[in-house]
Design a binder for this molecule. Structure first.
Ligand code: CA
Length: 224
């Protein structure tokens, strides 16, 4: 049974979440402020943290930053206000795994939680298949329809980053961290160019991508 920590200061939402997730078979605890969230997030073993951004005093961003600085690797899903794309980007860059916008449907939240738990339980992937493609992590190779496809080391690192975080939006800054050499200056345009190259190698119709999707104002998401 997965243990989930809910950090939410609005009693109605916290209560509703707790009831729904308990009903889904999770073990759930709620805390109402950021300081307690940091203490319990660091001090106990959780499988997932559901973190509201708008908290009094110590907000969700501070909690996320503190936990990641303390090397806490628990998946974090942030609860953000609708329309605030800057919030989503900041949350992801501080190390959150995903976000759900308020007001959210219980159905969507459950799906996001399942996906985050599944990702964190997969240590090594070996070979990952989607569509006609096979990503071989041991040999650092891409095959399509059984035939090897020539990819650069950078393209392979980008593809790996997407596959390992599939279903999750990655900002361009995160992609740069994950795929480029540390300290390299890379503009957003350069990231976009490499994504276009990668699409030509994995997409059945690169102009209408099915797997490597752009997320407006934020970055990209791999749905494979
Ligand atoms: Ca709140």
């Amino acid at each position: 049974m997965a243990r989930i920590l809910i950090v939410e200061d609005e009693p109605d939402i916290a209560l509703g979440l707790k009831a729904d997730l308990t009903n889904q078979g999770y073990e759930v605890e709620t805390v109402v402020d950021g300081a307690t969230a940091i203490r319990r997030g660091k001090g106990e073993a959780w499988d997932l943290i559901l973190l509201d951004i708008m908290l009094p005093k110590v907000d969700g961003f501070d909690v996320c930053r503190e936990l990641r600085q303390a090397r806490v690797k628990t998946p974090i899903i942030m609860l953000t206000a609708k329309t605030h794309e800057a919030e989503k980007v900041l949350g992801l860059e501080l190390g959150a795994d995903d976000y759900v916008t308020k007001p959210f449907s219980p159905h969507e939240l459950r799906a996001r939680i399942k996906a985050a738990l599944r990702r964190s339980s997969e240590d090594s992937l070996g070979t990952y298949c989607f569509g006609e493609c096979e990503v071989d992590f041991d040999r650092a190779e891409l095959r399509r329809g059984g035939e090897p496809v020539e990819v650069t080391a950078l393209e392979f690192r980008l593809l790996s980053a997407f596959v390992r975080r599939r279903g999750k939006v990655l900002t361009r800054a995160q992609l740069i961290d994950l795929a480029w050499e540390p300290g390299t200056f890379v503009s957003d345009r350069v990231v976009d160019t490499h994504i276009l190259h990668l699409r030509k190698k994995i997409e059945p119709a690169p102009a209408e991508p099915r797997y490597l999707l752009g997320v407006r104002g934020i970055g990209y998401r791999f749905d494979g």
